[in-house]
Design a protein around this ligand. Structure first.
Ligand code: AP5
Ligand code: ZN
Length: 217
């Protein structure tokens, strides 16, 4: 399956993607994670992306589209993938359509995670991520690790993302409304959008998403 996950910052895209990708046996491709890996490895791409991310702005399309395409062209993504955080504006959505057309494939669904703004702010404020593996995501109250600051899965150190400060989160939400939300209409025109209420327990949201995907979308 080829799936796009959309939703505001903190909606739970990364959290859901980890479970959905496992259930569907497809790779989870997160452009945010790819940028963060490049930053921690000190690559040129990471250097180009960092200032935009720290400001809560989108990284320019010239950098982002090439990186996403390279990842989608890797062998493990030949049979399908779950895109998290890409596309993030209409020109990225058009570039993705173009790439899929070249490969002779289509998207199966666009899952839109719907969460009220007060909730995403709470989710982001309490988020802690493992330094060893960005798919190990915790929350200080909603899914607290057994030992404060330590990853339950691998024992790695938990940290708070640089762009999770209150000011940057506000900017990221504004960017989401102005630049990313228009892709929902873009995909509605292709009859691909499935809206998933994303309040409630993590596993309940996963069940809703799996039911919607199995419902034929
Ligand atoms: P990115 O890394 O994609 O961040 P984002 O979209 O802002 O989303 P988040 O990672 O903040 O949230 P999420 O929805 O994954 O939530 P999570 O599962 O962690 O992008 C970062 C930056 O990179 C961008 O600002 C931009 O600069 C750049 N970038 C990336 N892609 C780009 C692109 N295509 N073009 C240009 N620039 C790009 O959950 C949040 C918290 O809530 C966690 O603590 C979790 O434990 C908790 N939680 C999750 N689900 C639940 C639940 N059901 N109940 C209670 N708590 C929950
Ligand atoms: Zn870990």
């Amino acid at each position: 399956m080829r799936i796009v996950l959309v939703g505001p910052p903190g909606a739970g895209k990364g959290t859901q993607a980890a479970y959905l990708a496992k259930n569907l046996v497809i790779p989870h491709i997160s452009t945010g994670d790819l940028f963060r890996a490049n930053i921690s490895q000190g690559t040129d791409l990471g250097k180009q992306a960092k200032a935009f991310m720290d400001a809560g702005e989108l990284v320019p399309d010239e950098v982002t589209i090439g990186m996403a395409r390279d990842r989608m062209n890797q062998p493990d993504a030949a049979g399908g993938f779950l895109l998290d955080g890409f596309p993030r504006n209409v020109s990225q959505a058009e570039a993705l359509d173009e790439a899929l057309k070249e490969d002779g494939v289509t998207l199966d669904a666009v899952l839109d995670l719907e969460v009220p703004e007060e909730e995403v702010v709470k989710r982001i404020a309490g988020r802690r991520i493992c330094r060893n593996d960005s798919s190990h995501v915790f929350h200080v109250t909603y899914s607290a690790p057994k030992q404060e600051g330590v990853c339950d899965v691998c024992g790695g150190e938990l940290y708070q993302r640089d762009d999770d400060s209150e000011e940057t989160v506000r900017k990221r939400l504004e960017v989401y409304h102005t630049q990313t939300e228009p892709i929902i209409d873009y995909y509605k025109a292709q009859d691909l959008v499935v809206t998933i209420p994303a309040l409630g327990k993590v596993e309940e949201v996963t069940e809703r998403a799996m039911a919607a995907l199995q419902g034929g979308k």
